[in-house]
Design a protein around this ligand. Structure first.
Ligand SMILES: [Zn+2]
Length: 549
């Protein structure tokens, strides 16, 4: 049985867990809190699944592991490629454990595709796996899991308003497949360390938050009666899965439960590139706007409808990666694209969902015009000053709480790929969509299928023989997970890790942890191009279904 079982719950938050514990609905979480150590776990900037899980797995900030979003910027270009485990530049926890001669098993963790062989262990890759790809090591494990459990990585349907029950059934069904598969792996391939992730909280909260939260502007009592219990049910599914895995692992195993970010209300979308264009920071080539309007007219689509259409198709993630994979595709012919930006007259552009802004810097971007040094600092500050004055026209309220600049957030060899500005939206209720919608609108309605969004604080829980009962954590960061797990495994901690051992969780504080005096171990499994052909095919297939091509 594993010495350490690390369970990742995508998007889990104590804001939901605590009230459910109080109502007696999460007995396993209640036990973990009472008998173990618990506290908030601060996510990465931005608090998005790929950089957050990459930081959890590596103990490093994005400046070291290089993952900043669902898409990763290629050096010296405006192109972004899908982020995957293959792009992580530092060693992941399971590889460190395997390097020390212990066995490790990983199932469904984001940022583990393409799966790399673990001697004596296994990898079943997670979220970033392209459709129809081989996703396990050893290879035959995929067939075994699919035959036994109908194993799949993600939901096999897309949420549409009016199909709440079917969506919820799919979320719970998927969580149960993952629960069964994890139990099977624990029994059939015992390992010293096991790491499993469940995505049910993230799915349910993105879709169903407005049914759960009376403060959400779209909340209605009638909807809440019908669907308000879906989010609690998603947590109950996790509670059951944790209970089963703990029972199977036995009392000698230390169980660590984490999430990559928290969750809360999400109400509106900011068209950040429209804002940059209206502020004169971005310019389009002549004719681009006319083409967009004509395209939208022909398709019967306004910009918001384009967003909703993309969302229904789950194309938004692929579309934000317009680039190498989709540049030549139908999208850039149909809609305004990054090809339409007049880079010679553009100082800044937005890419990414939380509100990340990149300056068009001479010597860094291919057609950069902002000089490094004083001009860079001045332009960046002007954008920040303007953002701090941005108001929601519906409420008149300021909507930017603050802006972070790259050198305050990131350090390391890959800090140069970071966004120049990361925005803290008011209450994190807003988000930015980087599709070039090209209209006049700056703040618009949210996608019809989304009402919950990410918050900074995820969760950390630990329970086991050496863990102090009832210990409370204060100030834990997601980069602390990897060194803490290594400490629990009594393994040395690589010297390059940014995180610290969360000593306060132990019943008896450990002697100073061992730091390996080695330079940053590179990710031996780096694979920069594991993804793109499959990805483009997935886009095309969905467009074919729509009748666009
Ligand atoms: Zn997530």
């Amino acid at each position: 049985m594993p010495r350490v079982l690390l369970i990742g719950l995508d998007g889990a938050t104590f804001d939901v867990i605590r009230p459910l514990i109080a109502r007696g609905r999460l007995p396993t979480f209640a036990r973990l809190v009472a008998e173990g150590a618990s506290g908030d776990l601060k996510s990465t900037y931005p608090a998005i699944t790929p950089p957050a899980f990459a930081s959890m797995l590596t103990g490093c900030n994005p400046g070291q592991h290089s993952i900043y979003d669902f898409f990763s910027r290629l050096p010296n270009s405006y192109d972004f490629v899908p982020s995957s485990g293959g792009l992580i530049k530092t060693e992941s926890l399971h590889h460190i454990i395997a390097r020390h001669g212990l066995s490790a098993g990983v199932m469904n963790m984001p940022m583990t595709y393409p799966p790399a062989a673990l001697p004596g262990g296994y990898v079943v890759a997670g979220l970033e796996t392209p459709p129809r790809a081989a996703y396990t090591q050893p290879r035959e494990l995929q067939r075994e899991l699919e035959d036994k459990f109908g194993y799949r990585i993600e939901l096999d349907r897309w949420y549409r308003s009016g199909e709440e029950q079917a969506e919820m059934d799919a979320i719970l069904g998927l969580a149960d497949v993952h629960r069964q598969a994890a139990l099977h792996l624990m029994a059939s391939r015992p390992s010293d360390y096991m790491n499993v992730a469940f995505r049910a909280p993230d799915h349910a909260q993105h879709y169903f938050w407005r049914f759960y939260d009376p403060q959400h502007p779209a909340y209605t009592a009638a909807d809440a009666d019908r669907f308000g219990d879906f989010i609690p049910q998603a947590y109950e599914a996790c509670d059951r899965a944790i209970a089963d895995l703990m029972a199977a692992a036995g009392p000698e195993t230390t169980v660590v439960v984490t999430s990559d970010h928290g969750f809360g209300r999400e109400t509106k979308m900011v068209h950040l590139n429209n804002w940059l264009r209206q502020g004169g920071f971005m310019r389009f080539k002549g004719g681009a706007m006319g083409r967009l309007k004509q395209t939208a007219f022909e398709l019967g689509l306004a910009a918001d409808n384009v967003m909703n259409l993309l969302s229904r198709l789950h194309l938004e993630r692929l579309f934000t990666g317009v680039s190498r994979t989709t540049k030549a595709s139908v999208f850039s012919r149909l809609f305004l694209s990054y090809d339409d930006i007049d880079w010679a007259r553009t100082q800044a552009y937005a890419r990414g969902q939380i509100g990340q802004i990149f300056l068009n810097v001479r010597g860094r971007e291919p057609h950069g015009i902002v000089e490094q040094g004083a001009e860079y600092t001045a332009v960046r500050q002007r954008i920040i000053d303007d953002l701090m004055r941005l108001r929601d026209p519906d409420t008149g309220e300021l909507i930017v709480e603050g802006c972070h600049v790259r050198e305050d957030l990131y350090a390391g060899e890959f800090a140069n790929a970071a966004p120049d500005i990361v925005i803290d939206w008011k209450g994190m209720e807003y988000w930015s969509f980087d599709v070039l919608s090209g209209g006049r609108k700056i703040i618009g309605p949210n996608l019809s299928t989304r009402s919950g969004g990410h918050q900074m604080n995820g969760i950390f829980l630990a329970h086991g023989p050496g863990i102090a009962a009832g210990a409370k954590l204060d100030g834990a960061n997601i980069v602390d997970v990897a060194p803490t797990v290594l400490q629990l495994m009594q393994l040395p901690i690589p010297g390059h890790m940014d995180g610290r051992v969360l000593n306060e969780i132990f019943r008896e504080r450990p002697a100073a942890s061992r730091r390996e005096l080695v330079a940053a171990a590179p990710n031996a499994y780096a694979d920069d191009d594991a993804y793109s052909a499959e990805d483009e095919e997935a886009v095309k297939e969905r467009l074919r279904q729509l009748g666009y091509i």
